[in-house]
Design a protein around this ligand. Structure first.
Ligand SMILES: Cc1cc2nc3c(=O)[nH]c(=O)nc-3n(C[C@H](O)[C@H](O)[C@H](O)COP(=O)(O)OP(=O)(O)OC[C@H]3O[C@@H](n4cnc5c(N)ncnc54)[C@H](O)[C@@H]3O)c2cc1C
Ligand SMILES: NC(=O)c1ccc[n+]([C@@H]2O[C@H](COP(=O)([O-])OP(=O)(O)OC[C@H]3O[C@@H](n4cnc5c(N)ncnc54)[C@H](O)[C@@H]3O)[C@@H](O)[C@H]2O)c1
Length: 453
């Protein structure tokens, strides 16, 4: 076993680890980045980038179909080979990480391929070499798809997101297990390419972390596009004989393919957490507001359980870098965490939902408006389903949360994210100009609906 002295070791090079390694190396530290699969992690190769490449294509088809009503006849013939080519050529470099590695190496990071394991504070072992990190270790081990313990599922050729983004041909029919962001985004996109999709959600509603009104709008949109959405539906058993046979709620649904999108499992196994006094069986690594997880140990990204999003991983990476370098700067906060599910319409959320605010003991006031009732929604017509909902702390006169379901909802939420983050008084927001006729102008109506906050 050889030993090498360095300043920092980053285990796992997902979005946050990649960012942190690069920043620390550019600050002059000697940095080793350890990666057992693709440098860049889930987002660029199996997550955000390929899924949004698929969604962009599916949305183009949907808009082309709307043109018949709005502009005149347009014929759209879906061709998955175009998407498959773009996924390989443009989105993922055919699942090669050379450009990620070369950026890190250009910054001075030493990229080590292999499985990194903690071996006591400040020590990381990879394939017989121990790296002794004087400043410390950053954990960014991320997640892999969680596969629920459904009878006989394990022996079948089911897909996860990692298979779905590498398809070269589409099935005629697909069952999606899970009505979270992955399931919803891909169910709608594949349906727009002509796949007959059934979505099975075990909980009482799809997109459970958001507002119930948002779930309701999306369920209606998906149903109108021909996706069968089953909620409160437990999969009892899966059979496969070339076709999938899925037992749900006393009936059997047959389909050519099955996509499991039922959440994620953190990669905390075999990471040596016990050697630094942490529980290897825990679901997440506990961190403070500087991302510290122990003696010379920082943790960032999905493993911290603060929101499994690329922007959270990078945000936490920046907090950890500042702490490692002894720089001033804001500590981590999640009061104004925002996220967007890239269905059409996009479903976006910032801060607390109404229920979360009530559970926190806040005296809550809410305001709502429907997007079709706004001028822009009326102009948009087809695809204009949605709403804006604002959640205010009536005692403090500020917004603590908001939800937007709308075309470009992920952009509209930006204004509300600023309001929640900066705790802008509702009275100040009500006195703003809202350009006409934008989608974000619907916020003015939702604020008016708050009444005297
Ligand atoms: C289909 C899909 C779509 C998504 N879309 C979005 C989106 O639109 N917007 C958004 O914000 N988020 C999205 N996400 C979530 C986003 O991909 C993750 O939140 C993001 O990748 C952050 O993860 P991370 O930095 O924690 O690490 P990850 O990206 O999970 O990377 C962790 C890395 O660590 C490596 N690793 C693990 N253990 C070890 C070890 N012991 N030694 C060496 N290497 C190790 C892994 O191989 C991996 O490369 C999506 C996810 C999926 C699956
Ligand atoms: N646009 C985005 O930002 C984006 C897109 C995709 C993924 N992500 C991130 O990746 C994470 C993982 O996404 P996800 O959709 O896999 O997970 P999720 O945990 O958000 O949703 C999984 C859903 O599957 C359901 N489920 C679990 N087991 C089931 C079963 N046996 N039968 C039926 N339903 C079952 C759950 O009730 C839940 O609604 C997300 O939480 C999100 O943080 C983000």
């Amino acid at each position: 076993m050889s030993e090498q002295q360095v300043d920092v070791v980053v285990i796992g090079l997902g979005p946050g680890g990649e960012y942190a390694a690069q920043q620390l190396a550019e600050a002059g530290l000697s940095v080793v980045g350890v990666e057992k699969a693709l440098v860049g992690g889930e987002c660029p190769f199996y997550g955000c980038i390929p899924s949004k490449t698929i969604i962009r294509a599916a949305d183009a088809l949907a808009e082309a179909r709307r043109a018949d009503t709005l502009a005149g006849q347009v014929s759209a013939t879906p061709d998955w080979s175009v998407v498959a080519e773009r996924l390989g050529e443009r989105a993922t470099s055919h699942w090669h990480d050379d450009s990620h590695v070369s950026s890190l190496e250009a910054a001075g990071v030493t990229v080590v391929r292999g499985h990194g394991r903690l071996d006591g504070p400040g020590r990381v072992t990879v394939d017989g070499t121990t790296y002794v990190a004087a400043r410390g270790v950053v954990l960014n081990a991320g997640t892999e798809p969680a596969v629920p313990p459904i009878d006989e599922l394990a022996g079948t050729p089911y897909w996860t997101n990692r298979d779905a983004v590498r398809l070269t041909e589409l099935p005629a029919s697909l069952i999606v297990v899970g009505g979270g962001p992955i399931g919803l985004e891909l169910a709608q996109a594949f349906a727009r390419f002509g796949v007959r999709v059934t979505l099975v959600e075990g909980g009482p509603r799809i997109l459970a972390p958001g507002e119930p009104e948002a779930s309701e709008v999306l369920a209606g949109v998906l149903a109108a596009e021909g996706v069968e959405v089953l909620t409160g539906a437990q999969v009892a058993r899966v059979g496969h004989d070339g076709t999938f046979h899925v037992e749900v709620g006393g009936r059997t649904i047959d389909a050519d393919a099955l996509l499991v999108a039922a959440g994620r499992r953190t990669n905390l196994f075999d990471l040596g957490l016990e050697t630094v006094g942490l529980d290897p069986a825990a679901r997440f690594v506990e961190v403070d507001d500087r991302q510290r997880a122990g003696d010379r140990l920082w943790a960032i990204g999905d493993i911290t359980g603060k929101g499994q999003f690329t922007h959270v991983s990078m945000y936490q990476g920046a907090v950890a870098v500042r702490d490692l370098l002894g720089q001033d700067g804001p500590a981590a906060q999640y009061r104004s965490l925002s996220w967007v599910t890239f269905t059409d319409p996009e479903a976006a959320q910032v801060g607390l939902t109404e229920q979360q605010a009530r559970d926190a003991g806040i005296r809550v006031a809410t305001g709502r408006t429907a997007i079709p009732d706004s001028s822009r929604g009326w102009l948009h017509q087809l695809g204009n389903e949605g709403l804006v909902k604002v959640v205010a702390d009536a005692d403090r006169g500020i917004l603590v949360g908001a939800s937007v379901v709308s075309p470009a909802g992920g952009e509209v939420i930006g204004l509300l994210a600023t309001a929640v983050h900066a705790e802008v008084p509702v009275a100040t927001l009500k006195g703003m100009h809202f350009a006409y006729p934008t989608f974000h102008r619907a916020i003015e109506s939702a604020l008016a609906d708050l009444g005297d906050v």
